[in-house]
Design a protein around this ligand. Structure first.
Ligand code: FES
Length: 159
C-alpha cells in the first residue's frame, strides 16, 4: 500500500485546494475531485477541512463522498481496473467477466488486493459498447474481454 501523508499535511494541502475552488458554484464536487486527484483518494483527514471551508456538516460531506462511487476513501492499488457494468456490456456477459475477475483477484468491486496490486471498480459505459464487454486498465480501454484477455489482465497487474 502506498504511504499516506500525515493528517496535518493532508489538511494543509486540502485547504489550498478548497481555497482555490470554493468560490465556484456548487464547489463540493470539484473540491472532492481536486482532493482525489491530489492524494489518489479522499482521505478522512480532509473531510473536516472541507466541511469547515464550505460551512457544511461533516455528515453532509461524508454523505456525498460515499454516495459517489468515483470517490475512494482508501488509496488505490498500483493498478486500477474498471469494468463496464452498463447495459450493452451486460448483454454481452459483463457479469460473468466480473465474477471471473473477482474470483481470480480475490476481491470485490471497490476493493484493493491485499498485496496492493490492483483496485477493482465498476464503471458505467466507456463509450466502447461496440466492443463489449469492456474495461479500462490504468486509463487504457480494453474491448471484447474474453477468458484470454482476462488472464492477461490478471497476470499483468500482478507482475
Ligand atoms: S455499455 Fe460498456 S462500454 Fe458502453
Amino acid at each position: 500500500m502506498p504511504m499516506q501523508p500525515a493528517s496535518t499535511e493532508i489538511a494543509s494541502r486540502a485547504a489550498a485546494i478548497i481555497d482555490e475552488l470554493k468560490d465556484l458554484e456548487g464547489p463540493l464536487l470539484p473540491i472532492l475531485h481536486g482532493i482525489q486527484h491530489e492524494f489518489g483518494h479522499v482521505p478522512q483527514a480532509a473531510l473536516p477541512v472541507i466541511a469547515d471551508g464550505l460551512n457544511l456538516s461533516r455528515a453532509e460531506v461524508h454523505g456525498v463522498v460515499s454516495f459517489y462511487h468515483d470517490f475512494r476513501a482508501q488509496p488505490a492499488g498500483r493498478h486500477v481496473l474498471k469494468l463496464c457494468q452498463a447495459e450493452a456490456c451486460q448483454s454481452m456477459g459483463s457479469d460473468a467477466v466480473a465474477a471471473k475477475l473477482k474470483q481470480l483477484l480475490g476481491i470485490d468491486f471497490h476493493q484493493t488486493a491485499s498485496d496492493g496490486s490492483v483496485t477493482l471498480e465498476p464503471i458505467y459505459c466507456l463509450g466502447l459498447c461496440a466492443c463489449s464487454p469492456s474495461a479500462m486498465l490504468d486509463g487504457e480501454v480494453i474491448g471484447r474481454l474474453d477468458d484470454e484477455k482476462i488472464e492477461e489482465i490478471v497476470a499483468g497487474v500482478r507482475s
